[in-house]
Design a protein around this ligand. Sequence first.
Ligand code: PBG
Length: 324
Amino acid sequence: MTFPDTRLRRLRTTPALRRLVSETRLHASELVLPMFVREGIEHPLPLGSMPGIQQHSLDSLRRAAAAAAEAGIGGVMLFGVPAERDATGSASCRADGILNVATAAVADEVGDALVVQTDLCLDEFTDHGHCGVLASDGSVDNDATLAIYREMALAQARAGSQLLGLSGMMDGQVAAVREALDGEGFHDTVIMAYSAKYASAFYGPFREAVDSQLSGDRRSYQLDPGNRREGLREALTDIEEGADIVMVKPAMSYLDVLADVAAASEVPVWAYQVSGEYSMIEAAAAHGWIDRRRAVEESLVGIKRAGADAILTYWAVEVAGWLK
Ligand code: PBG
């Protein structure tokens, strides 16, 4: 049956009809807020690269986490910005390292109202800014890094993180961390693998957020933006290694990869709407070139429609407010 018997506009006639036939809806419970906590500051520091986002002090982090719980979002993902760095990122593994201290504080603050999550990666903690330790030739040493990730995982689990976000893109990291956690009885600590993490220019604003020391790039461990099949392969490999959740990152330029992973995955699939995606929309909205709220909602609906079960987004709390 075709026109004039079929009229596709019929279901778009009224707001009530459009609402009734809507295929994709956002829920606060599937939004996760990334948060930055900086060692040694008394008051939050606004980020020039990400309007509306700040590096938190321990106190302001606690308050913001409580507000996030109040807003009904699904979780918070914590990133630490240490005062001092070294070649092996040793502060990441110490109980008194900023990320672990902050995790304990947030877990104490919010209890079970949302899922307290931590970024498990060395880049914030190393003086060279890479996600792993370096071999003598300057390359990122995969297997030596795994040994540190094991320690970091245990430190985060002990601090009270319920979900570890493995974002370093080292081969074998999921299996290594699972084994370390299980060896110490942390059977219920969840592993969320940043499986298909692409070497992206859209991480640009995040560099300021974590005061990144990186010169150069991460192309020897993060994926080539042109590779779709390889993104799926990474996700399937992580599931085989025991990942409880897999992720595609960034989100908006990788919706095809997200759809592929969602179609093949037996575990939940998340997406990370990264700093550059946030700041692009904020910048265009600040100029008055786009309607900010509609653009934010459309971006998130697109990510969900492509197959994300949950989304990390810097707008999580604000969007939850709109959904109330
Ligand atoms: C690495 C990490 C990065 C982001 C999250 N985890 C940076 C990178 O891989 O270069 C980027 C997040 C964002 O841009 O919002 N630990």
